[in-house]
Design a protein around this ligand. Structure first.
Ligand code: DP6
Length: 363
């Protein structure tokens, strides 16, 4: 079984002066939710997500050797402009990963990052952002150690992304990614995400996720504070067990294509996540009235039409509407007719399951 120490590199075989890479990494949407963690984003329970295709962060990291290797040195640009308020997050990433990336103090880095989705959309960019950053550093490490295998590259990229933000480790590779040790998922680990190891039924090919932007306001609860609420939570232990059970069921469902059962697990997970927030101390309600309106409309539409559309939620008010590709005309019409009115400024984002990160440029 992999341990954190496996990701501490031996002496590098090559030296480097300067260069630059660009990686894109997608956002992901959890089907079984990660909520509750130990130190260093070791998850309290395993989770599984669909990788998205359109909601991405694209990050260029340029590096040049510097004389003094005592401190971290980097500039942070957002869409080409200096962005001081993003720097503390990046500094934290450097601090958490330097044991595994010992070259971090030997270079000055310029990190230029942008999202393909609106910054203020309320869609978390930490997953895609941390994954894109981790992949760039892995590309640099690969120059220092060209013998590295592709498997090690991806595993360590996911491992580093996790140190930045837990859910980011599910944004590296694969359409469906499991993170967290689970007895029935081969190769699963608390340290990094792994591609779902079984065949996925064609019903889930190109599965659609239309993200309804209900509330684009600042997050009411940061994810770190949110996860902390599971410490000492009266229902925590049962919830963590339930996540294991739900992942077992989803493992079967993803293989046999039973969308009715898929819907039950996915909606129950979303509501359980919010139930955990409502029953913690302090307690929070992150849904908005329009979130509930949308959920009720989806249930009504599904009952009446038998079209298998369902929802999931993140730690916020936005609604992810999930459905198979073969009903997308009907569902998009339904969204237009009945749900857009509940979105802030009528905004929504059409996305679907994607394959994971991509190396875009290598100089
Ligand atoms: C509700 O990954 O944002 O989206 O590890 O503290 O950075 P940190 O938290 P984060 O938590 C995401 C929680 C969630 C569920 C999920 O994506 O599984």
């Amino acid at each position: 079984m992999a341990k954190a120490a496996d990701f501490i590199p031996q002496k590098y075989s090559k030296t480097l002066e300067s260069g630059s890479f660009t990686w894109s990494a997608p956002s992901n949407i959890a089907l079984v939710k990660y909520w509750g963690k130990m130190e260093d984003q070791i998850p309290a329970n395993p989770s599984v997500s669909f990788t998205l295709n359109n909601c991405k962060t694209v990050t260029t990291v340029s590096f040049s050797k510097k004389e003094d290797g005592a401190e971290f040195s980097f500039d942070l640009l957002f869409e080409g402009q200096p962005k001081e308020d993003f720097k503390p997050k990046i500094l934290k990433f450097f601090e958490r990963t330097v044991d595994y990336l010992p070259f971090l103090k030997d270079f000055h880095f310029t990190i230029d990052t942008k999202n393909t989705f609106p910054h203020s959309s309320g869609i978390a960019s930490s997953a895609s952002g941390m994954a894109a950053l981790a992949l760039n550093f892995m590309s640099i490490e690969k120059l220092l150690n060209p013998e590295m295998t592709a498997e090690y590259f991806n595993q360590k990229a996911s491992f580093l992304a996790r140190l930045g933000s837990g859910s980011a480790c599910r944004s590296v590779k694969g359409k469906v990614v499991v993170w967290g040790k689970h007895a029935e998922i081969e190769g699963s680990s608390d340290l990094f995400g792994v591609e779902f190891p079984e065949n996925i039924h064609t019903h889930f090919d190109n599965y659609q996720d239309t993200i309804l932007l209900v509330d684009k306001g600042e997050k009411q609860v940061s994810s770190t504070i949110g996860h902390d609420l599971m410490n000492g939570h009266p229902f925590a232990e049962r919830r963590f067990e339930k996540a294991h059970e739900n992942l077992s069921k989803l493992k079967t469902i993803l293989q046999n294509g039973d969308i009715e059962e898929f819907i039950k697990i996915v909606e129950s997970e979303a509501l359980t996540l919010h139930a955990m927030m409502m029953t913690s101390l302090p307690y929070f309600i992150l849904m908005k009235p329009n979130t509930l309106e949308i959920i009720n409309k989806i249930w009504k539409f599904r009952n009446e039409t038998k079209i298998p559309v369902c929802f999931t939620l993140d730690a916020g008010a936005n609604v992810h509407v999930l459905y198979p590709e073969n009903v997308s005309v009907e569902v998009l019409q339904f969204i237009q007719d009945e749900l857009v009115g509940y979105c802030q400024n009528g905004q929504y984002i059409c996305d679907r399951v994607g394959d994971g990160s991509q190396l875009i440029m290598n100089n």
